[in-house]
Design a protein around this ligand. Sequence first.
Ligand SMILES: Nc1ncnc2c1ncn2[C@@H]1O[C@H](COP(=O)(O)OP(=O)(O)OP(=O)(O)O)[C@@H](O)[C@H]1O
Ligand SMILES: [Mg+2]
Length: 233
Amino acid sequence: MTVVIAAINGKGGAGKTTALMNIAGEYALRGGHVAMIDMDARNNLMRWWTDCQEKDAQPEGIHVYSHKTARGFERWMDEHGPKFDHVLIDTPGEDTSIVDPVIASSDLVISPIQPSKREVLGAIDSFESVRRINNVIGSECRHGVLRTRITVTVRHTELYRKIRPIIEDKVGTYLFRTEVFERNVYKDIHNGIGTLQMLEVTEAIAKARREIRALVEEVDAHLEGASKSERAA
Ligand SMILES: Nc1ncnc2c1ncn2[C@@H]1O[C@H](COP(=O)(O)OP(=O)(O)OP(=O)(O)O)[C@@H](O)[C@H]1O
Ligand SMILES: [Mg+2]
């Protein structure tokens, strides 16, 4: 079965594209056949992909496609989606209805946030959209909020401490226990040097690799929990 994961947060710059590149790299490392779809008109993901090819750093097992319309996306999903183990969808950093068909096709929506009020609100909006689409079409898409660009300083802020009670108790969605820290290597991979998992392992890269491995394990566990509750229902 193809697992479909989308990164959605209507507030730009939250870390969607970076999170998907890292997750894709991890699945590819495990031997998975991964498709990524760039639905953002600014083409950040597609540009990364073509830069990687130009620099002879094309990630094995990962293919990137570009679809900017609901129709093109849905057609691609019907025709090609089932050939892949994982389909990862990158969406624009703005409020747009293009995310509705994406949610309708997804098993999991990840909303990355840097701890700022607007991004937390953006993640809550994304969760509301997931709930709405699930209700309308009777689907079981999961949702989770991912803290990114975390630093030691950020962890001491009031907003950081409030994230968990807000997201889990008040809003009622899942907060990934794994956090993605602020790391230079996550910026560097945007320059078309392949995935994190392709880089020579230094101490800094080993730390990032551990973080992303933990994230992907948690993503899989969250999805597994979903299919268990579906079986029980
Ligand atoms: N964990 C991180 N550590 C360091 N830098 C990061 C991290 N995550 C993202 N960045 C930097 O922040 C920038 C924005 O991240 P990214 O492009 O992933 O966000 P996005 O949500 O896809 O943005 P947009 O809404 O504009 O598409 C990236 O260019 C990258 O350099
Ligand atoms: Mg992006």
